[in-house]
Design a protein around this ligand. Structure first.
Ligand SMILES: C[S@@+](CC[C@H](N)C(=O)[O-])C[C@H]1O[C@@H](n2cnc3c(N)ncnc32)[C@H](O)[C@@H]1O
Length: 208
């Protein structure tokens, strides 16, 4: 490795560490909306994006993009013509996303209003929705409102993919969420466990 390559690598690691630090400090300020101490790993990102079938989607929407762990993989895998919209409600994380992905549509707001944010402002419906939301931390009312918006913007036959942390399975909020998606979607597939994530997680792939 040349000196320049080594310097580039060190610089990349510094930037990544800065993002992780912002993520952690936002978690400490708002644990219930961030839901994790660290951004998702590349392994979880690869799994969730492959389940979302982004290569065949014309419109992809991401919920709770955070610092962009899933965004990076979606933008790499999606066809050039496919439209992409990320909705993130945390202002500091939105700023990181805009700096990291200057060409992407980063929408500041709550996914509870996804219908309004997308259908009204951009006149689009999604073929694939990739969610990074911490469902286990959400109240039943919030889960219901977000799932209602999801069904509103997702095309028939479209996919809604989301992850759960393994340890959260014991929580009533998590079990309630699973029952809701099983009742609302025609098919729900559960992935293998992704151990190389902090904490380990798995993916639900739901088809409308
Ligand atoms: C567990 S973090 C995941 C971040 C990123 N997708 C990842 O995997 O590293 C959850 C993210 O969802 C965002 N979020 C929580 N509730 C939201 C809402 N109602 N609307 C939009 N974003 C929300 C948080 O601000 C946070 O960035």
């Amino acid at each position: 490795m040349t000196t320049q390559e080594k310097e580039n690598l060190i610089q990349k690691r510094r930037i990544k560490a800065g993002r992780s630090w912002t993520f952690l400090s936002e978690y400490l300020r708002r644990p219930g909306t961030i839901g994790a101490i660290a951004p998702s790993s590349r392994h979880l990102a690869e799994e969730i994006v492959s389940q979302a079938n982004v290569v065949n989607a014309q419109v992809i929407v991401e919920y709770g993009a955070g610092t962009g762990s899933f965004t990076e993989v979606i933008l790499k895998r999606k066809p050039e013509k496919t439209s992409f919209y990320a909705i993130e409600q945390n202002d500091r994380l939105c700023a990181i996303l805009r700096q990291r992905f200057p060409d992407a549509h980063i929408i500041a707001g709550s996914v509870e209003n996804a219908g309004k944010l997308l259908a009204i402002n951009y006149h689009v419906h999604a073929c694939s929705i990739v969610s990074g939301l911490p469902w286990a931390s959400f109240s039943e009312g919030l889960q219901d409102r977000i799932l209602a918006s999801t069904l509103e913007i997702l095309k028939p036959g479209g996919r809604f993919v989301t992850f759960m942390y393994l340890q959260s399975l014991v929580l009533p909020s998590s079990q309630r969420f699973r029952k809701k998606i099983q009742a609302l979607f025609s098919k729900v597939h559960t992935s293998r466990t992704i151990w190389r994530n902090l904490p380990p997680a798995f993916v639900y792939c739901c088809t409308k």
